[in-house]
Design a protein around this ligand. Structure first.
Ligand SMILES: [Zn+2]
Ligand SMILES: [Zn+2]
Length: 227
């Protein structure tokens, strides 16, 4: 599995957290503390950090000749590196949400091969009482409340996939359904009534986990048939 993000992005953020420049050892430690990268995937990750810095620094013989991101501080061979001004973020940048998602997926895939005992051991050793809060940047869509409400009313209190009544009513006494875009907004779907349906929470989750063609076609028809 690939790393959740490019090493150079992670190194830039780690160096910035360290005040702009730092020794290799501090960089390694910071990257480890940040718990973003997949260290088990690449046991030799510190070598990857070193080679990345060198490939992206004209101060190194290994410079790849492309982006010149890092500079060697206090003379070559001291192992102290900094981020050049143009690559230094103005303020601490939020982590793109998909980086966290990729990191989680990588770990998740790894859990499947563990025995129950191994899983318990991992869960115990990795559990955190105070999960690290992270500022993430996310792509938000400016969804239309009128389209959403229209789709819900059109459904008349029943899920448009399983046909069952909404599982509960909300505080206002309205049947609780969730609106779903048959073609997801993140995949270029439109926020229009012919692409929006109302689903019970179970079916909604099912669409996001499985997104089966058959279900999608049924929902598409339901969205287009409404007046
Ligand atoms: Zn349903
Ligand atoms: Zn949805």
């Amino acid at each position: 599995m690939a790393q959740p993000r490019k090493w150079r992005e992670e190194i830039i953020d780690a160096l910035c957290e360290l005040g702009g420049q730092a020794h290799y050892d501090e960089i390694f430690q910071k990257i480890q503390e940040r718990r973003i990268m997949d260290f088990e995937e690449n046991q030799n990750w510190t070598a990857a950090v070193r080679s990345t810095i060198e490939r992206f620094s004209s101060d190194s013989d290994a410079f790849a000749g492309k982006e010149d991101i890092f500079y060697s501080a206090q003379g070559k061979g001291r192992g102290i590196w900094g981020v050049r001004e143009p690559y230094r973020p103005r303020e601490s940048r939020p982590l793109p949400q998909d980086v966290l998602r990729r990191k989680y997926r990588g770990d998740e895939r790894r859990t499947k091969n563990l025995s129950d005992a191994q899983l318990r051991e991992k869960a115990l050793s990795k559990q955190t009482k105070q999960p690290k809060g992270r500022t993430v940047s996310t792509n938000a869509y400016d969804r239309n409340a009128f389209v959403s409400e229209y789709a819900k009313r059109r459904a008349k209190g029943c899920c448009q996939l399983c046909g069952k009544e909404a599982p509960f009513t909300d505080r206002e006494g309205a049947p609780y359904l969730e609106t779903h875009h048959v073609v997801w907004l993140s995949r270029g779907g439109s926020d229009t009534i012919d692409n929006t349906v109302a689903l019970c929470p179970n079916c909604h989750r099912k669409m996001h986990v499985l997104n089966r063609v058959k279900d999608r076609e049924a929902l598409k028809a339901a969205a287009e048939s409404g007046e």
